[in-house]
Design a protein around this ligand. Structure first.
Ligand code: ZN
Ligand code: ZN
Length: 427
């Protein structure tokens, strides 16, 4: 539930406004407070000092709370076209008007927002148009990476542009605020093109129908799957609202290749089994998603039979382990072949976050004075700080929610400077 505040000269800049789920998710339907976000009381009490809101990308942990909280601030939101399109669709679905302007920015744009000068630098991730931000002030410059990885062969946007990050070293970056999600993993993350090879291998071997599940916002993976369908002579259909919604947003913003055709799900079952490929929502075992319906043989558009193949092109979020295990068991009980990360011969999922080798590379290119690891649990943040230290970053600041990082003129960390917590977004 990312919500970052950058302060300078009595003004604030908000970066991201996301949600998370209260843990553990209770199976009890009467429990109504599962969707939560960071308590914005601190900035709400000073909203006259808030210069603007930036959303770095369209993942729920960065954008999810904005439709609910935006009304409280009524300030312009700066974001790129794909994320803006997702935001408009969210508000539309909730029957809410857009409370203030959405200012669409593009890669390389440099904009003054109050006393902050912000440049958008494109990275790679698991959703279109991920951006890091260079936030310049009179007191110093911050590079906020947001969620990122290095992908030399991505399926959306451009390959990682090393030169723009090397250029940052020349203008003295005071602090680099950096994604820690995969900081415990050695080496380099897999490329989306590795997934293409792995998924092509798996689909080629499947004798009958193929159903693949992945995260609904991963347009790169959906393009990979569309290309695999083309190559193997299958027709592709999408099952589930979130997939259709993100593909529609991708089409509208120029991220969907025109030659990747999608069939109407209603007619897919009339084709011969070896020509059918479906991408379905519900990789985390969500009870009402398409995957669960397919496992229970209650999906209105397709029936799976023994010998069909189901592929999980995703990771299992730890809290969902049991639900996913039940889903896999339900398919296997019907002799439906299940391929997941554990039994796949090749790579069928690539993470959107950097491993240690990528962290080292970026610290080395940017050469910040201070590393501020964020976006992870304590162990990930510690591992990211260790990598920063080993790469020659002089100072690492490890803090928690509500801590105030003073970056200039003196560096310090004021613990629990701001009261934080979670508020429920459920009705
Ligand atoms: Zn993300
Ligand atoms: Zn994130």
């Amino acid at each position: 539930m990312n919500l970052n505040l950058f302060g300078h000269a009595d003004q604030w800049l908000m970066v991201d406004c996301g949600i998370t789920f209260n843990e553990p998710l209770t199976p009890d339907a009467s429990h109504k407070h599962d969707v939560v976000c960071a308590d914005p009381s601190f900035i709400e009490a000073r909203k006259h000092k808030l210069a603007g809101i930036i959303i770095t990308h369209a993942h729920e942990d960065h954008i999810g709370a904005l439709p609910a909280l935006w009304q409280r601030f009524k300030l312009p939101v700066y974001t790129t076209p794909f994320t803006a399109e997702i935001l408009r669709r969210k508000l539309n679905k909730m029957n809410k008007p857009v409370p203030a302007t959405i200012i669409e920015v593009n890669t390389g744009d440099c904009i003054d927002i109050g006393k902050f000068n912000v440049t958008w630098l494109m990275t790679n991730h698991s959703i279109p148009e991920p951006h890091g931000l260079v936030i310049r002030t009179e007191a110093g410059n911050i590079f906020h990476t947001a969620d990122w990885k290095i992908d030399k062969f991505p399926m959306t946007d451009k390959p990682f542009q090393i030169e723009q990050f090397k250029a940052l070293a020349k203008e003295n970056i005071t602090a680099m605020v950096c994604d820690s999600t995969n900081a415990l993993l050695e080496g380099h993350s897999a490329s989306e093109s590795d997934c293409y090879d792995g998924l092509l291998h798996a689909v080629k071997k499947a004798p009958q129908k193929v159903v693949v599940t992945c995260f609904g916002t991963n347009i790169g993976r959906l393009i990979t799957l569309a290309r695999v369908a083309q190559k193997t002579g299958r027709y592709l259909a999408l099952f589930g609202y979130s997939l259709k919604n993100t593909v529609a947003a991708a089409k509208r913003t120029g991220h969907w290749p025109e030659d990747c055709l999608i069939q109407d799900p209603k007619y897919i079952a009339y084709l011969p089994p070896e020509e059918i490929m479906v991408v379905a929502t519900g990789s985390q075992g969500e009870p009402y998603a398409a995957m669960n319906k397919l496992a229970k043989q209650s999906h209105s558009d397709l029936e799976l039979v023994a010998g069909d193949t189901v592929i999980f092109s995703s990771i299992v979020i730890p809290d969902n382990k049991e639900k996913v295990a039940n889903l896999v068991a339900a398919f296997r009980a019907q002799n439906i072949h299940v391929i997941d990360n554990d039994n796949s011969e090749k790579v069928i999922h690539a993470s959107g976050h950097p491993n240690q080798e990528e962290l080292r590379a970026l610290y080395d290119w940017v050469k910040p004075e201070i590393a501020i690891p964020v976006h992870g649990e304590a162990a990930h943040i510690k591992a990211n700080a260790k990598t920063a230290r080993e790469t020659g970053v002089r100072i690492q600041l490890i803090g928690e929610n509500g801590d105030l990082y003073r970056l200039a003129p003196q560096v310090s960390l004021r613990r629990k400077a701001v009261a934080t917590g979670r508020i429920s977004l459920d009705q």
